[in-house]
Design a protein around this ligand. Structure first.
Ligand SMILES: Nc1nc2c(ncn2[C@@H]2O[C@H](COP(=O)(O)OP(=O)(O)OP(=O)(O)O)[C@@H](O)[C@H]2O)c(=O)[nH]1
Ligand SMILES: [Mg+2]
Ligand SMILES: [Zn+2]
Length: 318
């Protein structure tokens, strides 16, 4: 069969350093990047701007070289992006984890690994910074001690009051998975969360024959050894698509101006402008309306803690 070199449009469904699987109709073509494209994603001084110029979910123009191979020529403009700050050799750069998704499903687990509100709040901020809606999924509900259930539900009802949808799931409770499936139907979702929270397990449970690798139960998952090692995009039989991602250890904010961080905390809005100082950072200033609202319980203390950690860029606490 002879190939005429033409430019086609496709989509990145898998990215491994230097190689990209581009889907075009029923075909998956393994591509490299054209040198001009790599150069376009460097600064004038030649510094890298991105961890990788192309991300899963990107719509691209590519040239097919033979049945299996091709070259990515260009990237089409992104509608949304889920990015984080990536500590590269030459300083902090942007890592686009998934492009063009409609929503972010931020998964946390009740236990193993322990619930981490700092990480959750970082994911919610990154979703907003990337122009996506965020859904919270609290997984491993089966591990919750009945005496701790109440307290946990208070924390998550707070997120519901802030306008986030919250799913309470367990891979051992089929009715909870129905709600999870419903949330993914007919959308392009990206699943994020720490290693071991059950991202791949949840996807295996709702999509037959997906057979994603999952981690072992026990000490290893508590330490957060990664089971999923690359971002991959899958079609869903019930409609929609989902990108599974490896657990992110350091959720560095990208595209977020920390000076204006309060705008990412909707619960603070009613109090802004009521502080003594116009430039109040709401951290240690006197006569601060936000700190007063935390005192009275109108603003949830855990959320405020996340704000302070991020505002003061205290990277010791994740
Ligand atoms: N008890 C319980 N265990 C779960 C649940 N969901 C997942 N697990 C277990 O948690 C472990 C980790 O699951 P994975 O699906 O590999 O987690 P992951 O988030 O994909 O992890 P990475 O790929 O490393 O980011 C596995 O042993 C699962 O069996 C749940 O709802 N309840
Ligand atoms: Mg996984
Ligand atoms: Zn203030």
């Amino acid at each position: 069969m002879e190939f005429i070199l033409t430019h086609e449009q496709g989509r990145i469904i898998r990215a491994r350093t230097g190689f990209y699987d581009v889907q075009h109709g029923d075909l998956t073509v393994r591509c490299t990047l054209r040198g001009t494209l790599k150069r376009k994603h460097r600064s004038e001084t030649g510094r890298r701007l991105y961890a990788d110029p192309v991300a899963v979910g990107d719509k691209v123009i590519f040239t097919q070289l033979d049945e299996e191979e091709g070259v990515v020529e260009d990237i089409l403009p992104r509608q949304t992006k889920f990015s984080r700050q990536y500590a590269g050799k030459h300083g902090d750069i942007e890592q686009v984890i998934v492009a063009n998704a409609h929503q972010v499903v931020a998964v946390v687990s009740t236990l193993m690994p322990p619930l981490n509100f700092r990480t959750l709040d970082r994911f919610l901020i990154l979703a907003e910074a990337g122009d996506m809606e965020a859904v919270i999924c609290l997984n491993k509900m089966d591990l919750v001690d009945p005496t701790q259930r109440e307290e946990l539900l208070v924390d998550f009802t707070n997120y519901e009051q802030l306008g986030y949808r919250v799913l309470y799931t367990s891979i051992n409770a089929p009715e909870s998975l129905e709600a999870f499936q419903h949330e993914l139907t007919d959308k392009f979702s990206v699943i994020v969360g720490a290693s071991g929270v059950g991202k791949s397990s949840l996807l295996n449970a709702i999509q037959p024959n997906l057979e994603l690798r999952i981690g072992e139960v026990g000490i290893k998952t508590q330490k957060g050894r990664h089971t999923t090692t690359l971002v991959e995009l899958f079609p869903l039989d019930f409609g929609g698509e989902v990108a599974d991602t490896p657990g992110i250890r350091e959720v560095g904010l990208w595209g977020v101006d920390t000076e204006n961080l309060e705008y990412y905390f909707p619960e603070m809005e009613p109090y802004l402008g009521n502080c003594k100082y116009n430039d109040c950072a709401h951290v240690a200033e006197p006569d601060c309306a936000v700190q007063d609202a935390v005192e009275t319980g109108e603003i949830h203390a855990e959320r405020y803690r996340s704000y302070v950690v991020l505002r003061t860029e205290d990277t010791t606490e994740f």
